[in-house]
Write a protein that binds this ligand. Structure first.
Ligand SMILES: NC(=O)C1=CN([C@@H]2O[C@H](COP(=O)(O)OP(=O)(O)OC[C@H]3O[C@@H](n4cnc5c(N)ncnc54)[C@H](OP(=O)(O)O)[C@@H]3O)[C@@H](O)[C@H]2O)C=CC1
Ligand SMILES: CC(C)(CO)C(=O)C(=O)O
Length: 326
């Protein structure tokens, strides 16, 4: 089984190292100094105090890697549309594309049924680049739970978690989902095949939608922003607006907003990925985490006043830092 991880940074590097350790036929697409380090010295994973280095097949040339059984996309959301063309040599008639990207996925309305079937989302798939370039039938959804960081080129530090929930857009337990689940399981990762992946997408998104921009605007860590009464109320209102949208789309939340916020606080003094991106001068995942929910608010005719306000503020913050749009 040939697996290619496209965008093998923190999350893709973690998954790639685990698959390489298990002897899977895995290749990694990356770029810049991180790629060079992996090619010259191997990929180092620091996990639970242990440091291991693996020889990996890393490249920036999809054509050299050829057609794959699975292409697992672990790029930041905004990096995917521009590389759909470059990914084509990896895609054959039976290739499955696994979308391991935070936020509302571009395939969200594929096989959902009902009046919104086939709706496309401009905020996460401008110009329908992924819908047209991959085709939604290839897609297997994935919710990424682990936390990891590239701490220097070629070195990935695993922080916590090992679950990558998988799910077909139509909720079925397909052969392709089960095969990938088994391969990830052999690598020591948890990869359950879920019948209602969209529910998990929203529970994860609740946190990213609210905690991430609030942290980027305030520079507060999760423990602080989830317990400060003012920012907790802002996060809560954003989540309640998102919940109304999601429930109109058929999502069932297994927990309530207060439990989700308490869960965020329990993570501790974590600087969210959006705050890390802002500090490092990297583009922030604003469209996938907030713009997409605002777009779904319009689609479902749900007012989103708090999300609109925070989105406006964090977009301007990013623009002033030269990290968003023109
Ligand atoms: N890190 C985490 O703890 C978590 C991340 N996620 C989600 O997982 C996804 C991936 O995040 P993460 O792993 O942190 O991101 P990273 O930025 O660490 O990894 C993406 C990698 O792809 C590389 N890349 C970007 N564009 C290209 C290209 N055109 N060709 C080749 N390589 C390219 C990047 O290189 P460069 O650095 O040069 O841009 C980087 O090495 C995101 O949606 C994120 O929100 C979800 C849960 C936790
Ligand atoms: C905030 C957190 C931990 C979960 O919502 C996260 O996923 C991030 O930092 O991007």
């Amino acid at each position: 089984m040939k697996i290619c991880i496209f965008g093998a940074g923190a999350i893709g590097g973690y998954m790639g190292a685990k698959l390489a350790e298990a002897g899977a036929e895995v290749s990694l697409v990356a770029r810049g100094p991180h790629l060079k380090a992996m090619q010259e010295k191997g990929l180092t994973l620091i996990e639970e105090g242990e440091t291991k280095t693996f020889k990996v097949n890393a490249s920036d040339d999809a054509a050299a890697l050829g057609q794959q059984d699975y292409v697992i996309v672990t790029l930041k959301a905004h990096s995917v549309p521009p590389v759909v063309g470059r990914m084509q040599p990896l895609i054959g008639p039976d290739t499955t594309i696994v979308s391991g990207v935070n936020g509302v996925p571009w395939w969200y309305f594929h096989k959902i049924g009902g009046p919104l079937e086939g709706t496309r989302l401009a905020s996460v798939d401008p110009g329908d680049a992924q819908w047209d370039g991959f085709g939604p039938d290839r897609v297997l959804g994935c919710v990424v739970y682990p936390a990891a960081e590239v701490i220097e080129p070629g070195v990935v530090k695993h922080i916590e978690g090992n679950r990558f929930s998988l799910g077909e857009p139509d909720g079925s337990k397909s052969d392709r989902a089960v095969r990938l689940s088994e391969a990830l399981g052999k690598a020591g990762l948890k990869a359950p095949v879920r019948p209602r992946l969209r529910d998990e997408i929203w529970v994860k998104l609740w946190g990213n939608l609210s905690f991430n921009p609030i942290s980027a605007l305030t520079h507060a860590t999760l423990d602080v922003l989830c317990t400060d009464p003012g920012t907790r109320a802002v996060a809560r209102n954003m989540m309640l607006e998102a919940q109304e949208i999601a429930e109109k789309l058929g999502v069932k939340f297994p927990i309530d907003v207060d439990r989700r916020i308490d869960g965020g606080a329990a993570v501790g003094a974590h600087r969210t990925s959006m705050l890390q991106d802002l500090d490092a001068g990297r583009p922030m995942e604003i469209d996938a985490l907030l713009g997409s929910v605002q777009e779904l608010g319009r689609v479902t005719e749900t007012p989103t006043p708090t999300i609109d306000t925070v989105l406006a503020l964090v977009t301007l913050r990013a623009r002033v830092a030269g990290l968003y749009g023109a």
